[in-house]
Write a protein that binds this ligand. Structure first.
Ligand SMILES: NC(=O)c1ccc[n+]([C@@H]2O[C@H](COP(=O)([O-])OP(=O)(O)OC[C@H]3O[C@@H](n4cnc5c(N)ncnc54)[C@H](OP(=O)(O)O)[C@@H]3O)[C@@H](O)[C@H]2O)c1
Length: 227
């Protein structure tokens, strides 16, 4: 199966895509502004576009519209509160069928307890599996869930490009997301099928732990290996 990204990649640079970002919080704003800054046509989808009026004025390259409008883009990000992800996918409806859908959400259920962020999913379960089951024709890929929003776009670390672990059932969708990650400064590491979200989503708990221990929020994961 082909898709917009693989079709439009040319000499290492992506031709402009239409990108929808369902999510009006900090992550939605950062991803939308970041990909708009790379030349893509980005629409943020929210139930309440008016709440981003001031932000939109400061980011004229991003359109702010309904969830349905964002879901109509070539590539769609889901970046909503974990407890709202099922509802957001329901609002997007059949527009997600066949699309690459990038899931940046974490199933956080409450504040940290002794530095550990509780999840509403269990160890043999994940939020992205629930979303994939809900919208089986969408081509979900987990990405961006295990790093703070300040480092999502063009991260700069002394150790070089960090690693974004990704997973999903559709190889072409993962290839597309690998290209999109590369465009904003990340090396993707494909770790397998949608079930691997059970391992990727807890990376957020690990990423946050060092922050809760007072070591700041300026870190990211990097996979190192010998050849
Ligand atoms: N903050 C970070 O640095 C970071 C890093 C990695 C991953 N994440 C994950 O990214 C996601 C977004 O995080 P965030 O901090 O940007 O925002 P957030 O405050 O967790 O979520 C805001 C979004 O959730 C939506 N929402 C809330 N309740 C809803 C409901 N009942 N139905 C539909 N939508 C609802 C809002 O939609 P409306 O616009 O329609 O109101 C809004 O778009 C979360 O899952 C988070 O765990 C966050």
């Amino acid at each position: 199966m082909t898709d917009g990204v693989t079709l439009r990649a040319h000499k290492g640079t992506l031709m402009p895509l239409s990108i929808g970002v369902i999510g009006s919080g900090t992550v939605g704003q950062v991803l939308a502004a970041g990909y708009a800054g790379k030349g893509h046509a980005v629409t943020i989808g929210t139930r309440s576009p008016e709440k981003l009026a001031a932000w939109q004025q400061a980011h004229p390259g991003v359109k702010v519209d309904s969830v349905a409008s964002a879901a109509g883009a070539d590539i769609v990000f889901i970046a909503v509160a974990g407890h709202a992800a099922i509802e957001a996918v329901a609002l997007a409806g059949t527009a997600l069928a066949g699309k690459v859908v990038i899931d940046a959400c974490n199933p956080i259920s409450g504040p940290p307890v002794n530095g550990f962020l509780p999840y509403f999913t269990g160890p043999n379960d994940s939020l992205m599996e629930r979303l994939q089951n809900q919208a089986p024709a969408a081509r979900f890929v987990k990405a961006f869930s295990c790093v703070g929003n300040a480092h999502m776009i063009d991260p700069s670390f002394p150790g070089g490009r960090p690693t974004m672990f990704i997973c999903g059932n559709d190889p072409a969708a993962k290839a597309a997301v690998t290209t999109l990650l590369d465009e904003v400064g990340w090396d993707a590491e494909d770790v397998g099928s949608v079930e691997m979200a059970r391992a990727i989503e807890p990376l957020c708990q690990l990423w946050c732990a060092t922050g809760f221990l007072g070591r700041g929020w300026n870190h990211a994961f990097k996979l190192v290996r010998t050849s």
